[in-house]
Design a protein around this ligand. Structure first.
Ligand code: ADP
Ligand code: MG
Length: 418
């Protein structure tokens, strides 16, 4: 065996951290070896470092494919803050001027740039492909890799073109990263990127500090008001499916003396940003939102996540409840379930392409099974992510704490399957 490089030294020097989180170190060693790598790690686990550190250490430039311009900009700014050289990280996307693009290309060509973030739309542009053919590429990192899969919660068709474009630009190892861990999505990603032989690094998706509960949706608004009044000052996110419900519920809470604001994609950008900030800086305790809220939000002390409506998939449910208790402290996840809501969701799907409907239906069936089960919710949720939970009781879900009869029976599932 050759002597192992002291990665901690590199970590400290480049990022100021004293130790690695989870299995970051093994992942980084694997990337440094030039292997294809597949990383499944929950949000907040520290995926970015798994490609940032090796990119700094390896010869050439790492191409990072990332879906959101805002996330890209944050990451590049963060990288620049750590280092001395502004040219160490750049992004290439539709927001740049011609002059800025010229600067990026100059820095990349000179070898200064170790990380080049590219949106998939920009990657498909012929001029960029031609440019990248002239670049020495250390590896490709595909962040938010679930965007490749129709089974993921954020499917983006451009992501499916990544592999053919890599073939055009020039092959190099690929590291794919995601927090969307269902076995179907994983299979899809590896197949589409052509990295079936990749080394797979999978962290546990269990969140021991989260409590899961499903309540029959009878008098949800009243129960929510009661719960919030019993927990004054605690940060809470309430998810609703429709913008209309978001506004109604936020108003109702305010009328009842609760400091709450609304958030959905139909509001103008300034109001949305202001409401988000008021929640982050604790001028209000409660944000009532559609799923538009939360991408990239890192408020560590959210104590309660309520689903006024059941989400369209367990994947979404896991991501949204996952915003509770990021700091490791208490996190209560309460969802209100009624089979009528599921039927509504099913109705919304009509008119969509058949294949999409089939996927949507399957995802709904899994959601119903979760809502109606009398088994441990944690066990079911983790099973959904391909993970076995072997404890008899998790002591932190309604079914483990208060075993009960199923409240709507299995009829519902049977109708859906038909
Ligand atoms: P993910 O992409 O998995 O959601 P990020 O890469 O955004 O996670 O990292 C989440 C947070 O963890 C960031 O604030 C990052 O700076 C921090 N972090 C990452 N690695 C370490 C580490 N080894 N030590 C301390 N903090 C870390
Ligand atoms: Mg990330």
């Amino acid at each position: 065996m050759t002597k192992q490089i002291d990665l901690i030294q590199h970590l400290k020097r480049n990022f100021g951290f004293d130790s690695f989180k989870g299995n970051q170190e093994e992942i980084i060693r694997n990337v440094l070896h030039g292997n294809d790598t597949f990383v499944l790690m929950p949000t907040g686990g520290g995926k970015s470092l798994c490609y940032q550190l090796p990119a700094l250490m390896m010869e050439g430039t790492a191409i990072v494919i990332s879906p959101l311009i805002a996330l890209m900009k944050n990451q590049v700014d963060a990288m620049r803050n750590f280092g001395e050289d502004d040219g160490v990280a750049h992004f290439l996307n539709s927001s740049l001027t011609k002059a800025a693009i010229a600067q990026v290309k100059e820095d990349v060509t000179s070898g200064r740039t170790k990380l080049l973030y590219v949106a998939p739309e920009s990657l498909t542009k012929e001029e960029n492909i031609l440019f990248l053919q002239s670049v020495k590429i250390s590896f490709y990192a595909v962040d938010e890799a679930h965007c490749i899969s129709e089974w993921g919660h954020d499917f983006r068709p451009e992501y499916r073109r990544i592999r053919p474009i890599i073939n055009e630009i020039g092959e190099a190892p690929i590291i794919a990263l995601t927090a969307t861990a269902t076995p179907k999505v994983q299979h899809d990603i590896q197949k589409t990127l052509g990295i079936q032989e990749a080394h797979v690094f999978k962290s546990s998706f269990n969140r021991p500090n989260l409590y899961y509960e499903i309540r029959p949706k009878v008098d949800a608004s009243k129960e929510i008001i009661k719960m919030l009044k019993e927990n004054p000052g605690k940060s809470c996110i309430i998810y609703c499916l429709s913008r209309k419900k978001v506004e109604e519920l936020a108003e109702l809470l305010v009328v009842n003396g609760i400091k709450a604001l609304a958030y959905h994609a139909g509001m103008d950008a300034a109001t949305r940003a202001a409401n988000q900030d008021k929640f982050l800086y604790e001028e209000v305790d409660v944000i009532v939102a559609t799923i538009a809220f939360g991408m990239g939000i890192d408020k560590p002390d959210v104590r309660i996540v309520i689903h006024y409506d059941m989400p369209k998939s367990l994947e979404g449910y896991y991501q949204e409840t996952g915003r509770a208790g990021r700091d490791g402290g208490e996190g209560r996840c309460i969802a209100f379930y009624s089979y009528k809501d599921i039927q509504k969701l099913e109705k919304f799907m009509q008119g969509k392409p058949v294949a999409e409907q089939e996927i949507g239906k399957q995802l709904l069936i899994e959601t119903v099974a979760y809502a109606e089960t009398s088994l441990c919710r944690r066990k079911l949720l983790l099973h959904y992510f391909g993970e076995q939970y072997t404890e008899d009781s998790c002591d932190s879900c309604d079914n483990c704490l208060h075993p009960k009869e199923q409240f709507e029976g299995m009829e519902a599932i049977t109708t859906l399957i038909k």
